[in-house]
Design a protein around this ligand. Structure first.
Ligand SMILES: [Zn+2]
Length: 367
């Protein structure tokens, strides 16, 4: 799980040791491997894999299933880790002929939108002098063997909000003496949806979801407190600011009508993930060489999840690539992310490893 990837990090280190690749920890569970090529050069490139799992109980009966109860790799980050180690192996054997440095970033805590920030905060240790970065993520919606590289917006910004309503309790028979936090919270939940339907453009996607609401202590007492939690997903910074501000105004206004107060806390999980056109074209060329142009998908639908790979793109140019892992002949491999029966077609791991390695070599060899 996020920031608890202790055993995972040890296993990564064991594998890097076998390959003779120097490594160190960044944060408690992040690992950075550094491979210096035999030909002196200032060129550096970074390859990133996220390594954390999720609090989901995996479906029973899989020989390769999670041994940690209630914890599962339901987003394929174990595959990302394996592919980056595969790339490390491919590049380590060519060590003498490599000109420049490859940095392998095994990043913790992507699922809580925190690891990328930690790695970028310590960019001297992680990115060093790298001026290009590649990340790969599994994609069950893409056919195994294909690779999705999309220009522009790939993922949404992700914010998490908590709204706390402070009312006043009273006997249910004296509503006039209390301030009903439960009723107020319900009104806020309903009204928040009008931000999407009535206050944002229908041609720019926005998600505003409230997934948690807790209020009250007993059926016959006016609830003194209510807490609701939700998330917003946006594909532009402008909408992100606007939608989040409207949420605050809505909560304050509705609470104000009834004499309650609303406190709002925000957590910034991820910014919009945008693949720059030119960087995308470069990656498309490398991937076409690796898997053939017929297997490159450039129009994959955007999915409004977030990915903290966007943090690296704020520091240096980088591209995020989606590796198809869905195979109709292999049960479960087309199931969506974050489900208890998520699975991947493992035959594609070598493709991912090759893409990482070929991209690194291409960047180091570039004039
Ligand atoms: Zn993921």
């Amino acid at each position: 799980m996020s920031f608890q990837e202790y055993r995972t990090s040890e296993r990564i280190e064991e594998e890097l040791d076998k390959l003779g690749i120097r490594h160190y920890r960044v944060s408690e569970t992040g690992v950075v491997g550094v491979l210096e090529g035999g030909i002196p050069s200032k060129r550096e490139v970074a390859l990133r894999a996220d390594i954390d799992a999720l609090p989901i109980e995996e479906i029973e009966g899989r020989a390769y299933g999670s041994e940690n109860k209630g914890v599962m790799h339901a987003c394929g980050h174990d595959a990302h880790t394996a592919m980056l180690l595969g790339a490390a192996k491919l590049l380590a054997v060519q060590g003498k002929e490599l000109s420049g440095t490859v940095r392998f970033l095994f990043q913790p805590a992507e699922e809580i939108g925190a690891g990328g920030k930690v790695f970028c905060h310590k960019k001297n240790e992680t990115l060093g002098n790298a001026d290009r970065i590649l990340g790969i993520h599994c994609a069950p919606d893409l056919k195994a063997g294909t690779v999705g590289i999309k220009k522009g917006i790939n993922n949404a910004s992700v914010d998490h909000f908590t709204i706390r309503i402070a009312g006043r309790s009273s006997h249910v028979c004296n509503p006039e003496k209390g301030i009903d936090a439960l009723y107020i919270a319900s009104q806020i939940v309903v009204t928040l949806q009008s931000i999407v339907s009535r206050m944002t453009s229908p041609i720019e996607p926005v998600i505003l979801g409230v997934g948690k609401l807790r209020a009250g202590t007993a059926y016959n007492i006016v609830a003194a407190d209510a807490v609701l939690e939700g998330t917003t997903r946006n594909v532009s910074d402008e909408n992100r600011r606007r939608v989040n501000k409207l949420i605050e105004e809505t909560a304050h206004s509705i609470a104000g009508i009834y004499g309650a107060s609303a406190g709002i806390e925000w957590e910034d999980f991820a910014s919009v993930l945008v693949n720059p056109d030119e960087t995308c074209d470069e990656a498309i060329a490398v991937v076409k060489e690796t898997v053939g142009s017929e297997n490159v998908v450039t129009n994959r639908k955007i999915f409004l999840s977030g990915d903290d790979f966007c943090e690296y793109q704020k520091e240096i140019e980088g591209v995020y690539v989606y590796l198809g892992t869905g195979n109709p002949d292999k049960k479960g491999t087309e199931n969506p992310y974050h489900t208890f029966d998520f699975d991947i077609d493992e035959d594609v791991l070598e493709i991912g490893a090759a893409i990482y390695a070929n991209y690194a070599k291409w960047w180091l060899d570039r004039e």
